[in-house]
Design a binder for this molecule. Structure first.
Ligand code: MG
Length: 388
């Protein structure tokens, strides 16, 4: 059996008016790659990267044989040739791609190909990824209280604790605090706040921490992490500077807490460096930046060979959230998966672009049943926010 060929490739730039550019919100805009087959089925993916730049990389004319537009390579192709197409798209863009933005664009295409192929099969996407490795999805809620602004440290900590209570009410049993206090807190005060935040959720809720690249010296990070070892931290993210692999290796070798990293990494090759030289316990490459589902699966397999987990960064719209659910369903070394939930952060694209939003009951989501990603774009939201 062969698949139904791709008839149309689109790249939609979506941006609500007046996003807060000073905030850390990755969902202030998006670019959705949409692949329509000859029978009218549509597969979608998105990239977590500047929307117009990705759109240009998708739709551009070929410059030469190694600097091609992605859309031109997809026309008329069978979406089931996932691995072969990934290789071709990588090779056909290697002159300007290979890392960074070129791979971000490829990621959106790769997720859309998976969605389309699974829709043609009439099966949930995780079955294309090898099938279920777990009985249910276990999402963790990222708790980010926004830029500090005029607030005191006590007020920011109280806001994080309040967000945690909201997350528990939504159904989560795993959270990641972002104790991003900017100038407000010394390491001693940071440690005290972590203790308070653990108390706020009790001992049974899984708790991870994202330190937002706080330290430049692994010994400072080491001292702080030693002092919170009794807080049962599932992983510590963004402790040191992103590309300080030597520092990560020294830190990871000396603390009990899992050390995470690589949220900005693209490709298996970069993530291999994080595993071999960085020695991290958790690879956090983003599905819609690292090379899509094809690449994150290779990364997860390699992480497993190093005794590490692969829990992708995930802060975009419902498209990315859905891709992450299918990834976790099919991946043994992803015991939890990040979920940027619309009830916990005011993002119009996250709340309005896709539906339905799955229920979280007692910390878990049932395995998706619908074909493909199992979500649909809301045409009214697309019309509202489409720029080009
Ligand atoms: Mg992060």
């Amino acid at each position: 059996m062969s698949g139904v060929p791709i008839a149309q490739v689109e790249a939609l730039v979506l941006r609500p008016p007046e996003p807060d550019r000073s905030d850390l919100d990755g969902s202030s805009e998006t670019v959705v790659v949409s692949l329509t087959d000859e029978e009218g089925r549509v597969g979608i993916g998105e990239a977590d990267a500047p929307a117009e730049a990705v759109r240009e990389l998708v739709l551009m004319d070929d410059v030469h044989a190694l600097s091609r537009g992605l859309a031109g390579m997809l026309a008329g192709r069978d979406p089931f040739e996932l691995g072969a197409l990934h290789d071709e798209l990588y090779r056909g863009t290697i002159y300007h791609g290979r890392r960074g933005l070129g791979i971000h664009a490829l990621s959106a295409v790769d997720v859309a190909l998976h969605d389309l192929a699974a829709r043609q099969l009439g099966r949930p996407l995780y079955q294309l990824l090898g099938g279920a490795r777990r009985a249910a999805i276990t999402p963790y809620a990222t708790l980010y209280a926004g830029p500090v602004g005029e607030r005191s440290l006590a007020e920011v900590v109280a806001d994080l604790a309040a967000l945690a209570q909201q997350a528990l009410a939504v159904g989560f049993r795993a959270v990641k605090y972002e104790p991003l206090y900017e100038h407000l807190a010394s390491d001693r005060e940071l440690v005290a706040s972590v203790r308070e935040l653990r108390t706020a959720i009790g001992p049974d809720v899984t708790m991870a921490l994202d330190f937002g690249y706080r330290w430049h010296d692994w010994r400072d990070a080491l001292r702080a992490l030693h002092r919170i070892e009794d807080c049962d931290v599932f992983f510590a993210e963004a402790t040191l500077q992103h590309d300080d692999l030597a520092g990560h290796a020294k830190l990871a070798a000396r603390v009990e807490t899992r050390i995470g990293g690589a949220e900005f990494a693209t490709t298996l090759s970069e993530c291999r460096e994080w595993l071999e030289r960085g020695g991290v316990d958790v690879i956090q490459a983003d599905i819609n930046r690292c090379g899509g589902l094809t690449e994150i699966r290779r990364i997860a397999d390699l992480a497993a060979q190093h005794g590490a987990l692969c829990i992708p960064h995930c802060w975009k719209t419902g498209i990315t959230a859905a891709a992450a659910r299918h990834y976790q369903a099919a991946t043994a070394n992803a015991p939890i998966v990040e979920m940027f939930h619309p009830a916990l952060f005011p993002s119009r694209l996250r709340a309005e672009l896709t539906g339905p939003e799955p229920a979280i009951v007692d910390g878990t989501i049932v395995l998706p049943q619908e074909p493909g990603l199992g979500i649909e774009l809301d045409p009214a939201a697309v019309e509202r926010y489409r720029v080009v």
